[in-house]
Design a protein around this ligand. Structure first.
Ligand SMILES: [Zn+2]
Length: 246
């Protein structure tokens, strides 16, 4: 997977960033932000962040942050989904979280300069407001609401990763695939999800053949329709009955 190319000026954290400009501040209410965290910030704190936020369009399958590497940029997700993936010692990947327009990619870096515990990969096409991590860290130290929201984000990601560990240990692959399809559908607000069996296998940490088998089971139950590169929910109630309760 290729890394997203962020302009060099977006990484140094010392100057306002080039890129798509925002609407003038007096016309911009908090509700104009699609990202829930930015939308919850009071105007004085938004005024401090605004010069450093750059709206960026990103294709599906791009790596925003690499595991065990320093975080250079943080992303407030405006639209789309980002998968948080952890690698085992033998480099086997497994999804440990999913962020949408309620999320901040690189949240730990907003509090401390540490290596990322996960890889963050765009699961769909995304729009994000990107900010240099060191600049966000500086602003989080100055802005009490931003700091509180970042802490809430970390609690949410911790909950997701613990739930994911329990799910992997206790539930069948068919249950996990059904849960995954429902979660993605709910977050995207539509019944169809574009992705390949290979990508889903990498997210769930299993072989492609196992994913294909699980999808055949869900299709046999008439809960989904699986086509090349696309999954569609056929019967949401049936799919929910086949999913684990995670
Ligand atoms: Zn589960």
């Amino acid at each position: 997977m290729a890394s997203i190319a962020i302009p060099a000026t977006a990484l140094n954290g010392t100057a306002p960033l080039p890129g798509r400009t925002r609407e003038p501040l007096p016309d911009r209410s908090a509700s104009a932000w699609r990202n829930a965290l930015l939308g919850a910030l009071p105007m004085p704190e938004i005024r401090l962040l605004l010069p450093f936020l750059v709206e960026t369009e990103i294709r599906a399958g791009e790596t925003l942050i690499e595991q065990d590497r320093a975080v250079e940029s943080c992303h407030f997700i405006e639209s789309g989904l980002v998968a948080l993936i952890a690698f085992t010692g033998d480099r086997k990947p497994v999804q440990v979280g999913m962020l949408g327009a309620d999320g901040l990619v690189g949240a730990p870096a907003a509090l401390a300069s540490e290596q990322s515990p996960v890889r963050a990969v765009t699961q769909t096409r995304c729009t994000t407001s990107v900010i240099p991590a060191d600049r966000l860290r500086q602003l989080a130290a100055e802005c009490p609401t931003l700091r509180t929201l970042v802490l809430g984000q970390l609690r949410n990601q911790f909950r997701q990763s613990t739930r994911s560990a329990a799910c992997i240990a206790r539930h069948s692959l068919e249950q996990r695939v059904a849960r995954w399809i429902l979660d993605v559908s709910d977050r995207l607000g539509r019944d169809s999800v574009e992705l390949t069996h290979d990508f889903l296998a990498s997210l769930l940490g299993v072989r492609r053949a196992s994913v294909t088998c699980a999808l055949h089971v869900l299709e046999g139950e008439r809960a989904i329709i699986a086509r090349r590169g696309q999954l569609t929910i056929r019967d949401r109630t049936r799919l929910a009955a086949l999913a684990c309760a995670c």
